[in-house]
Ligand binder design. Sequence first.
Ligand code: FAD
Ligand code: NAI
Length: 467
Amino acid sequence: MTDQFDVVVIGGGPGGYNAAIRAGQLGLTSACIDKRGTFGGTCLNVGCIPSKALLFTSELFEKAEKDFPKLGIKTTGVSLDLAAMMAHKTKVVGELTRGVEFLLKKNKSEGIVGEARIVNPGQVLVTRPDGTTRTLMAKNIVIATGSDVAPLPGVTVDEETIVSSTGSLALKSVPKRLVVVGAGYIGLELGSVWRRLGSDVTVVEFLDRITPGLDGEVAKQFQRILQRQGMKFLLSTKVAGIDKKGESLRVNVEAGASEKQTLEADVVLVAIGRKPYTDGLGLDEIGVKRDPRGRVATDAHYKTNIAGIWAVGDCREGPMLAHKAEDEAVACIENIAGRAGHVNYDAIPAVVYTAPEVASVGKTEEELKTAGIAYKTGKFPFTANARAKTIAATDGFVKVLADAKTDRVLGVHILGAEAGNMISEAALAIEFGASSEDIARTSHPHPTLSEAVRQASMAVEGWAMQM
Ligand code: FAD
Ligand code: NAI
């Protein structure tokens, strides 16, 4: 066992483990350190994976109850076994975190469980769970320490009744009344899970719209669909405080100075964003600069201001998404290896895994207007898509935004079933600098939902054929 490495990666999430894998592929020796005890970071342990497992099973549960009879499948006595549903989630998480351990080994990266601190550039001290320490010497250190839940001032998360996403992925019973603070990714995904399982869900959002950052037209229709499903929204409303009263919680909310009300809840989910996590890393002691939002500051090549120290993923600027962390990890290691690693931030898709899903890549209409870019729009509703009809999933539409002069695709926004799987075609189009006509003239299999992407692309030039 050596204590000398070409690359020491701090953090075993999508940023960290992918950095270690790419290092191995390029012939660099590496170690990947995580204090959590299992690899995979937030994403595999308490993020993407457990939430998607619960989104899948809760959607089936609701379908079995409400939709199967309409499709000629008689169901009687459909009931919830929450413990078994959670067991499926836990099994999937276990398989995937062990899979990361396997991938580290396969790529000759030493996975180390422990808390890392950078003592000097080139020197990392690891404190193992039993308190013993080990010093690693590194030609390069990659900080991939991720993010943590942003706190709501004056509210203490106990992960029992006032929960973050982590607690809400492991509730022992279905809360009768769930108040969600924040109408972003987590609030809407996990709010959907518990609504499907029987909770009465009210989402309190500070802004006058849901999912800030997503295309406004998409967000409006998305909200209407969620409301139709039974989710309630209080927009332009803030939480002034939460009081415990016996077993229940009283959430005091304010929409302006005069409009105050109290919501009764059994569980409150705080989902108002995440903040970069760099506690205890020793950054200030060695002088690694951060930006005004506390994120590790890097240049476009992921280098910090200290030679040999790099950063990727949630702990630096940009969207907090697993694939963004992965893309940066690959580019960062390629830069370390003397190659030309690069990430195209205009082509990073984002997906909300509700039903229907929302997926987008590139610019929104609002962004194009603000930037003064002239654009053309093509839209196509899933009500006119044959496959959507056959699978009884006609909610939503596809919207393609293309440059008014060059026809280059600038943004694609999909609200609909399987939107997350379909958005990759649009990401590829943006990556290749394709025009909307390129998508329109590309053969798409019939009958598939992806034909709606083609039809919306045709609509940019006014020749959508199926509406
Ligand atoms: P992380 O995954 O946070 O990993 C960082 C790791 O570093 C952690 O395991 C931590 O223990 C470790 N660490 C920190 N400090 C130290 C230290 N000093 N020493 C040793 N180890 C340390 N993104 C998507 O793209 N799709 C989704 O569907 C999705 N769903 C999500 C659902 C939820 C509920 C949440 C919370 C997040 C979700 N995300 C999703 C976001 C995604 O999880 C993050 O963007 C991603 O995990 C970031 O990867 P990372 O490697 O930068 O950091
Ligand atoms: P978010 O940034 O997506 O949404 C937070 C919401 O809370 C915003 O709408 C914001 O306006 C609102 N808000 C902020 N302060 C508030 C307050 N005091 N009161 C009421 N509302 C308030 O953050 P979220 O949902 O916590 O998720 C964190 C991040 O995790 C996401 O931004 C995303 O990067 C990642 N994530 C990604 C997922 C995916 O890719 N499917 C799923 C879950 C999380």
